[in-house]
Design a protein around this ligand. Structure first.
Ligand SMILES: Cc1cc2nc3c(=O)[nH]c(=O)nc-3n(C[C@H](O)[C@H](O)[C@H](O)COP(=O)(O)OP(=O)(O)OC[C@H]3O[C@@H](n4cnc5c(N)ncnc54)[C@H](O)[C@@H]3O)c2cc1C
Length: 373
């Protein structure tokens, strides 16, 4: 098959109802959900495999929904998404654990903020939040020196790689056409839809979902949609390689910081113990390594959560890049999920930073609702 220009390298994909740009958890969940309505769906991904960017460079934590205003999409979709995600994982065999999480106060000066976090979580409807004492903490996380904490029993962890692969498989089973190695290069309005061009394919889609993560601003511009800017913000991790790690049972967090949830401790489903992520706004969207913080920078935040950690206990580990809709001077922006105000054939699912992994099934369902309305 050749494309419209007669190029032997261009495939003419049959025209379809919906094209989803980006096969991270947002695009995968949206594609799966939309295909469930009987529409034809095509999923374009610039890499050769799904989920190679932020969706597999994160803490893998299933959040409770504590951190943002109850009315925000970040809170509402987190709470709805968590319930869906646990049920989905149980049904489809995605490894996960409802291991609970401790948020600990470093000293008495942090107690008002700890209580405020509980109040915000209660107001949002997060179940089971409890202020806990030293005995509870020592029993649950023997390496943690804190005296007071907030315990969230519904928090957990999920295997993000397995989630990506499962969403892809289920989407394909519903007929989603997955096009890996297909970076969107251009889009042009036509009478029946938007003509999308990649290096090899041309197709006309009646509607397009922008789930391009760090590149959602570029994709929106290409498709004649709203103008916004994604600010890449790197989070770096270290691994705990000594016996201190063997005493960690689950998730231990400090109080949240301005641009993130704070350097926390995660025992992964594979038994590794990670500390991170840090917060550094960066220039490039693909720079996971340059000018990384030294392991020494993690010792002090680690000691707040785990007694006796030294620099010898730590090794540099992975990093991820948050797709933020705001720069360092602004503390918050909500998920951008709506029909585009400029191009009505476009639905935005942008600025999906944490808790985007937790929320993905609720985000996918919301995108689908907007599309079929
Ligand atoms: C350090 C860190 C820790 C985090 N921890 C957690 C956590 O513990 N819990 C939680 O709930 N959330 C967490 N998150 C957030 C979560 O990882 C993200 O919200 C989620 O992965 C976003 O998924 P996405 O599909 O929107 O983006 P991505 O996974 O980035 O997917 C976007 C896809 O679009 C593709 N793409 C881009 N441009 C194009 C183009 N032109 N053509 C075709 N394809 C394109 C990309 O290649 C990519 O595969 C964390 C994030 C970071 C960075």
């Amino acid at each position: 098959m050749t494309g419209p220009g007669g190029s032997p390298y261009t495939w003419a994909v049959p025209d379809i109802d919906v094209a989803v740009i980006g096969a991270g958890v947002t695009g995968l969940a949206a594609a799966w959900s939309i295909a469930g309505t009987g529409r034809s769906v095509c999923l374009l991904e610039r890499h050769r495999r799904a989920g190679l960017e932020t969706s597999t460079h994160n803490s893998g934590v299933v959040h409770a929904g504590l951190y943002h205003a109850p009315a925000s999409l970040k809170t509402r979709l987190c709470i709805a998404g968590r319930e869906r995600l646990y049920a989905f994982c149980a049904e489809h065999g995605v490894p996960h654990a409802v291991c609970g999480k401790l948020v600990v106060a470093h000293d008495d000066s942090e107690l008002p903020r700890l209580h405020a976090l509980k109040a915000a979580g209660d107001a949002a409807g997060v179940a089971g939040l409890t202020i806990v004492d030293r005995d509870f903490i020592a029993e649950r996380e023997p390496a943690c020196p804190a005296r007071v904490g907030l315990y969230s029993p519904v928090s957990g962890i999920v295997d993000a790689d397995a989630l990506v692969q499962t969403l892809l498989r289920l989407g394909q089973a519903r007929g989603v056409v997955f096009l890996p190695g297909a970076a969107l290069l251009a889009g042009h309005a036509e009478a029946d839809g938007i003509r999308l061009t990649t290096e090899r394919e041309e197709l006309v889609a009646g509607q397009v979902v922008n789930a391009a993560g760090l590149y959602a601003d570029d994709v929106s511009r290409m498709l004649g949609g709203e103008r916004f800017t994604i600010h890449p913000c790197r989070g770096e991790y270290v691994a705990l390689v000594s016996s201190v790690g063997t005493r960690v049972t689950g998730l231990i967090y400090p109080l949240p910081h301005r641009h993130g949830l704070g350097v926390h401790v995660v025992r992964t489903l594979h038994g590794a113990v990670w500390l991170g992520p840090t917060v550094t706004f960066i220039e490039r969207k693909d720079d996971y390594e340059a000018d990384r913080l030294p392991v020494e920078a993690f010792v002090e935040p680690a000691r707040r959560l785990l007694a006796g950690v030294t620099v010898d206990d730590l090794r540099l580990a992975g990093s991820g890049i948050r797709a933020k809709l705001h720069g360092p001077d602004v503390p918050f922006a909500d998920f951008l999920i709506r029909r585009d105000a400029v191009n009505p054939r476009l639905v935005q699912a942008a600025g999906i930073e944490s808790p985007g992994l937790t929320s993905c099934l609720a985000v996918g369902a919301m995108v689908c609702d907007i599309l079929v309305r």
